[in-house]
Design a protein around this ligand. Structure first.
Ligand code: SF4
Length: 430
C-alpha cells in the first residue's frame, strides 16, 4: 500500500517503495489491507500544506504503537523538491478509521474545517484506498444520485413559482446551486431529508463550528443564515416536502445556522401549523440540546425525533470543544432524558476522531452513558477539524493503545444490540 504525497502545486503521486502510514490521535501506526476500502465515489483528495508525509518500510502493524514510533520516517524532498502529505475527505455515509500521518513544519497553517482521512495507492488494483467503513447504506447523499443539475434547475423554477414570497425556499434554492448542498437539493427533488435552517444565533462557541468562527484562525466553511423565517414560511416548506413523497424527513438544525432551540417557540408554532395540514413525515430537530424546556415545548407540539450533537460524553472535553454560554453539560443530559421519557426517537450525533473517540477514557464514558440512557441511534460523524488543533485545545493526552474505530463499532454492535448506528436521520413514526 504505497505512500501518497503531493508536490507544492497539489499534484498527487505515489512512492514506489514507501508504505503509507496513518495516525491515531498523535501517534503513527500502520494498518492491515483489510482496513482499507476503495476511495468512495465523490470523495476528495487534499494536500496538507507545510506537512511532510510519514512512511514506513514495513508492511503490517506488528508492534504496539508505543514500541514502534521510532520506525516511522519522514519524507521531506523528492529530487530536491519539497513534498507535502496527502489526505482524503471521504463521502458522507462513510466513517474514517485512521487519520493521515504527517510531520508538521513550524510554520504550518491550521487546516481548514474538513474531515481528514489517511489515503494510500494500491498499485496492484491501480486505485486509491482509504481506511473507512460504510456506516449507513442510505443513498440520500451519495454523490452518484446528485449528478442531475438540469432536473434540479427545472424543479427550482417550479417550486419558486408556487411560493414566490417564501424566503426559505429562495435560501434553499441558493444553497442547492451555489453551495451544492445535497440536503437542499433533495428538498427540490422531493426525496429523503429536507434541511430547514431557521436560526442565525447560537449559545455555543464550538471549536469546529462550520457556520461561524469569531476571533479564530480558521474560516467557517459555510455562511450562516442571516434572517429568521417565520413559522408560516417554515411550515409551508415542510408541508410541501411531506406531500412530495413517503418516508421523508424535515430537519431543523443545519450546518449553516446556529442552534434552533434559540427559536424554540417559533419552531413549536411552525410544527403546530404543519400538523394541522398533514400527519405524515418526520419532523426532526438537530441541536446542541442546551435548552431542555424548549425541547419539551417542541415535543409537546409534535416533534418526532431529536439528534443531539456531542464530541464527547466526558464533560471536560465537551466544555473545551463546545464552550457553552449560559447552559451546562447537565442541561444536555436533561434534554436527552426528556426526549427518551417522551418516547420520541433519540439520536446522538457523535463526532468521531480516530485515537480520541476510541481511547479507553472515551469508550468508558460512552459505554457508561449508553447504559443509563438507551438512545435509539448514534450517528457516527467524522469531525471536520485540524486534528492537532482539536487534540491540543481539548487537552487530550494520547492513549497509546486505543481500541480502534472498527473495534469500537464492533463493541457497540455487540454490547448494545438495539442501538442503531448510521449517518443520517431516519424517517420514524412517533
Ligand atoms: S452548536 Fe452548532 S451552530 Fe452552535 S457553535 Fe456549535 S457548531 Fe456552531
Amino acid at each position: 500500500m504505497n505512500l501518497v504525497y503531493c508536490d507544492r502545486d497539489s499534484n498527487v503521486y505515489d512512492h514506489p517503495n514507501f508504505i503509507s502510514c496513518f495516525r491515531q490521535g498523535r501517534s503513527f501506526c500502520r494498518v492491515d489491507k483489510e482496513d482499507l476500502i476503495p476511495l468512495p465515489f465523490g470523495s476528495f483528495l487534499f494536500s496538507l500544506p507545510e506537512r511532510y508525509p510519514v512512511y514506513s518500510l514495513q508492511n503490517s502493524q506488528s508492534q504496539s504503537q508505543s514500541q514502534s514510533q521510532s520506525q516511522f520516517k519522514t519524507l521531506t524532498k523528492i529530487k530536491k523538491e519539497e513534498v507535502w502529505a496527502a489526505s482524503a475527505f471521504v463521502s458522507s455515509g462513510y466513517l474514517r478509521t485512521y487519520l493521515p500521518a504527517f510531520q508538521k513544519k513550524e510554520n504550518a497553517p491550521m487546516l481548514t474545517l474538513w474531515g481528514y482521512s489517511g489515503v494510500v495507492y494500491d498499485r496492484d488494483e491501480k486505485i486509491f484506498k482509504v481506511p473507512a467503513i460504510r456506516i449507513d447504506q442510505d443513498p440520500r447523499s451519495d454523490p452518484q444520485i446528485h449528478q442531475n443539475d438540469p432536473e434540479l434547475k427545472k424543479k427550482i423554477i417550479e417550486i419558486k413559482k408556487i411560493y414566490p414570497k417564501n424566503r426559505l425556499v429562495r435560501q434553499l434554492a441558493y444553497c442547492s446551486t451555489e453551495y451544492r448542498c445535497l440536503c437542499a437539493r433533495n428538498f427540490f427533488l422531493g426525496r429523503f431529508e429536507a434541511p430547514i435552517p431557521t436560526t442565525p444565533w447560537c449559545n455555543s462557541n464550538c471549536l469546529g463550528c462550520l457556520s461561524e468562527q469569531k476571533n479564530s484562525k480558521i474560516r467557517s466553511s459555510q455562511q450562516r443564515i442571516n434572517f429568521s423565517p417565520t413559522p408560516e414560511e417554515i411550515s409551508e416548506v415542510i408541508v410541501h416536502h411531506f406531500k412530495s413523497a413517503k418516508d421523508v424527513v424535515a430537519s431543523f438544525g443545519q450546518g449553516c445556522e446556529g442552534d434552533p432551540l434559540l427559536r424554540g417557540k417559533d419552531l413549536a408554532a411552525a410544527i403546530h401549523l404543519v400538523r394541522e395540514k398533514i400527519s405524515t413525515g418526520t419532523i426532526n430537530l438537530n441541536t446542541n440540546g442546551s435548552l431542555p424546556d424548549m425541547v419539551k415545548l417542541m415535543i409537546d407540539s409534535g416533534l418526532d425525533s431529536i439528534r443531539i450533537s456531542l464530541n464527547s460524553l466526558n464533560e471536560k472535553y465537551y466544555n473545551r470543544y463546545y464552550r457553552p454560554k449560559n447552559y451546562t453539560f447537565a442541561d444536555v443530559i436533561k434534554t436527552i432524558e426528556i426526549a427518551l421519557n417522551a418516547g420520541i426517537f433519540v439520536s446522538l450525533n457523535l463526532f468521531f476522531l480516530p485515537g480520541f473517540t476510541d481511547s479507553e477514557e472515551e469508550v468508558a464514558g460512552l459505554v457508561n452513558f449508553l447504559e443509563g440512557f438507551p438512545v435509539n441511534m448514534i450517528q457516527t460523524r467524522n469531525l471536520n477539524i485540524d486534528p492537532d488543533y482539536y487534540l491540543d485545545q481539548i487537552g487530550f493526552k494520547d492513549d497509546l493503545n486505543p481500541l480502534g474505530i472498527r473495534n469500537l463499532i464492533k463493541l457497540l454492535n455487540k454490547d448494545f444490540p438495539k442501538l442503531r448506528l448510521g449517518y443520517y436521520n431516519p424517517a420514524v413514526k412517533r
